[in-house]
Design a protein around this ligand. Structure first.
Ligand code: TXA
Ligand code: MG
Length: 342
């Protein structure tokens, strides 16, 4: 299969390209498309055979449920049982946007393999012109995980999708670089208080300002069985091992010197302010005071490390405030718990 990449400039009318994508989806194919968070790999969520192709293309464990994307708020009622007042408030405040709400699922609406082993469904209305236009022409829900090979960082550019899924999927809609750069916040609305299962661009503080106290992601994650099945798998990992390191110029330069003496080559992912020629490669991802910008650029930098001959990667820690919680959550997973110690 040859993978076709089609530019869909947001300012142009690409009706033909959209129609081609819609035709493919309706005939049971998968199509990659941009959202405001990361690129998704979509299949019609009611089509079991199409959904099976998502797992196959990604190499994704088949016990990990998919988020179902919808093009209008009203569609929630087709798939979700018991839409609480709190859920209504969150949808009103943050949709379209990077927030996935977990509801009890109305049976027999969504293909079984889209939500394996659970009686719930995660729904999200994305805030990206291409995703919304696609959904609104299609008029069907799209099951869509991030469009990377399982275990790799999520794609924030069409080129990342192409790199991972070349020859495995027929079409990528290229809408340029995504904005948020980290996957959506996932919140379980079936429990009291609601529980954040995965931190993202919509922060705990933003949610609590609308509906009051919720359980934080780090609280839900430490429990024995992860409630968000995806959280138990290795994630976001470049080829070389990642080590977290404190945001301190002196510590960083000492570490780089120590590795140089050992003859090891190091790539650094960090803020503009700490950029140093002592690193063999330094990927600057933004001003340290601008965590949103750093989030936008994180996955691209993790992927750029794969293009180097680095023996290891040092990733500079950031604040845990606001989007910093999601940023550090992904970085900690990429590092698999490793931290630089001298
Ligand atoms: O921003 C995003 O959410 C992107 C874009 C494409 O929308 N999608 C995405 O999907 O990140 P994925 O499949 O890579 O991650 C979905 C996460 C997984 O950790 C999965 O376990 C969890 O959400 N999830 C999905 N449905 C769930 C459910 N019903 N119950 C619990 N967790 C669920
Ligand atoms: Mg993913």
């Amino acid at each position: 299969m040859k993978t076709k990449v089609v530019k869909v400039d947001n300012s142009m009318d690409n009706l033909e390209e959209y129609q081609q994508a819609v035709d493919m989806l309706k005939s049971g194919e998968v199509v990659a498309f941009p959202t405001e968070t990361v690129y998704g790999l979509g299949a019609v969520a009611t089509d079991e055979q199409a959904v099976a192709k998502i797992y196959e293309a990604k190499g994704r464990p088949s016990d990990n449920p998919l988020i179902v994307h919808i093009g209008t708020k009203e569609e929630v009622e087709k798939y979700a049982l018991h839409i609480s007042e709190l859920a209504e408030k969150l949808m009103e405040a943050f949709w379209p946007g990077p927030l996935t709400l977990i509801f009890d699922q109305i049976p027999n609406q969504i293909a079984k393999n889209a939500t394996p082993d659970v009686q719930t469904v995660g729904l999200r209305m994305p805030d990206h012109p291409v995703a919304l236009k696609l959904l609104q022409i299609l008029k069907l829900p799209l099951a869509a995980p991030s469009a990377n090979r399982s275990g790799k960082p999520s794609p924030t550019e069409a080129a990342h999708v192409e790199k991972d899924l070349q020859g495995r999927i027929p079409l990528v809609l290229d809408g340029g670089q995504t904005g948020v750069g980290l996957e959506s916040t996932v919140i379980d609305m079936t429990v009291t208080p609601p529980a954040i299962l995965r931190p993202g661009g919509i922060t705990k503080e933003m949610i609590e300002a609308i509906i009051g106290p919720v359980e934080a992601a780090h609280e839900t994650e430490t429990k024995e069985a992860p409630r968000s099945p995806g959280m138990k798998y290795a994630h976001y990992a470049p080829e070389a091992p990642v080590y977290l390191i404190e945001a301190n110029q002196e510590k960083l330069e000492q570490a780089l010197l120590a590795y140089e003496i050992k003859g090891q080559k190091v790539a650094v992912i960090g803020p503009d302010e700490l950029e140093t020629t002592q690193a063999n490669w330094y990927f600057s991802i933004g001003a340290s005071g601008n965590i949103e910008q750093m989030a936008t650029n994180l996955y691209k930098a993790l992927r750029q490390c794969d293009g180097t001959a680095a023996d290891l990667i040092l990733a500079v820690e950031t604040t845990y405030e606001g989007v910093g919680e999601a940023f550090m959550n992904r970085l900690a997973k990429a590092a698999n718990g490793r931290r630089y110690t001298n």
